[in-house]
Design a protein around this ligand. Sequence first.
Ligand code: 13P
Length: 254
Amino acid sequence: MARTRRPLIAGNWKMNGLGADALALAKGVADGLGKAAWNDRDLLVCPPATLVMAVAQAVRGSAVLVGGQDCHAKPSGAHTGDIAAEMLRDSGAAFVIVGHSERRTDHGETDAAVRAKAEAAWRAGLVPIVCIGETLAEREAGRTFAVLAGQIKGSVPAGATAAKLVVAYEPVWAIGTGKTPTVAEVANAHAHIRKELGGVTAEAPQVRLLYGGSVKGDNAAELLAAGDVDGALVGGASLKADEFLAIAKAVQRG
Ligand code: 13P
């Protein structure tokens, strides 16, 4: 069956990247995409805020998209150290990750805060990638589906459409650990997420759902082929252009 949702492979560089090396990484991705024999998928890199503008300039003219890793809910004001969605947009970003588990844990971000950030992204003309996912304790307690349902209800704003929303399923225990759920578990979780999204938007069947957590070049093909998986949110493996491109290449043609 032909794909109805355009695959999206997103790299979350997290708090990594300095100057020339970071720009070389961005250029490496853009050059690799330029040489690739496919143009049926989106590639996105999300550098730290300090590099968004320079990376956007470095990939200009290529099909590589740029995103931020977080934004504040407000457009401006007395919020020292924070970054407004409008600032990301002004720097060349088209997307922003919101509610990553590291933000939820390190900065105590609640579902309500994440939802406000997603709304801020819309206000600025950015597409939010809303991250959800259960902890190991929640999984072991058999609460995975309930947790995901709660996070969707709490973090995804009303008014979501397929063009304005991406959801990333990132089991917390799979992030940076080398552990992944089985392909069947990923497919089941994504099917559940899509069903729950149906309570928020009539366009749930068209919303792109990414899997994230220890995606690498050698496990991407099977994870990306799982039902209802429309791409990946990649951490560590997005810091090497070759590895990131190998993951992007693993998307099967529609
Ligand atoms: P890793 O790919 O390093 O496990 O990180 C996943 C992630 O958190 C992407 O947002």
